[in-house]
Design a protein around this ligand. Structure first.
Ligand code: 3PY
Ligand code: MG
Length: 256
């Protein structure tokens, strides 16, 4: 399915194995989201789990991003079918759902993203039909990308079953929570062999089921490393972290 402007959908690009750079939005501002959208990311994710904004705050951010060709995803706070439907109706092309640990949870998540007979999403694509076209309802299941997060020991144990749920578009690793669950401490951009093997295991599960593998990273260097490990949907830092780093660097340079 083709979104407006003849571009390939996020789903098609992931299925082709394209390497996509995803920006992560924590700043609750449509203008900031618009600035990020013009920076050249392939996709932007509104993090409504940890970002300081809710659905009402997110909608104008989605509108601002979709003035460009950047794909929009929402990371929802949890497995809430009603809220997932609202984000899709508002025009999100993908949904990242935290802490999916079993096949049954993944099935419930994917069902929330798809219309009957394949799922249980309720019909009412208010803004999505404006953005994607009046026939959105008949094409939505081929467009929408459900991304279950692998971020606990239990999710990792069941990663093959989760990856095998029909309709999944990509697995998405949350390294902070996964480290917390496996080793008792939240860490990002880990270099130790044990954790790199865990990350490789997720890629193997994704590839075995022909879905993409995505991950959150804190730095461009680690993002490159993840691309070489087989991840193709790679998040690099967040708007707030990038802003803080750039501001800090400018201040240090002037004061030096
Ligand atoms: C994690 O690292 O746990 C995440 O959810 C990434 O945002
Ligand atoms: Mg997490």
């Amino acid at each position: 399915m083709t979104p407006p402007g003849g571009r390939s959908s996020l789903r098609d690009r992931l299925a082709r194995g394209e390497a996509l750079l995803n920006g992560w939005l924590h700043v609750p501002s449509p203008f900031s989201a618009e600035v990020m959208a013009h920076a050249g990311w392939d996709a932007l994710t509104l993090d409504t789990q940890h970002g300081p904004f809710d659905f009402t705050g997110a909608v104008p951010m989605i509108q601002a991003i979709q003035t460009t060709g950047t794909h929009v995803l929402a990371r929802v706070p949890g497995l809430d079918a009603g809220l997932i439907g609202k984000f899709l109706d508002a025009g999100a092309e993908g949904v990242i759902c935290p802490v999916i640990e079993t096949r049954a949870e993944c099935e419930a998540f994917v069902a929330a993203c798809r219309y009957p007979p394949h799922g249980s999403r309720s019909f009412g694509p208010t803004r999505a039909a404006l953005h994607f076209g009046a026939d959105y309802g008949t094409r939505a299941d081929a467009l929408v990308v459900p991304m279950p997060m692998i971020e606990t020991a239990r999710g990792l144990e069941n990663v093959d079953e989760i990856a095998g749920v029909p309709g999944v578009g990509a697995l998405f690793v949350g390294p902070g929570d996964l480290s917390l669950s496996l080793d008792g401490e939240a860490r990002l951009d880990r270099e130790d062999k044990g954790f790199l093997e865990v990350l490789a295991r997720v890629v193997r599960a994704a590839q075995a089921h022909r879905v993409a593998a995505g991950i959150f990273t804190a730095s461009p260097g680690y993002a490159r490393r993840m691309l070489s490990l087989g991840y193709t949907f790679v998040t690099v830092s967040s708007d707030a972290r990038l802003l803080a780093a750039a501001a800090g660097a400018a201040i240090r340079e002037v004061r030096a």
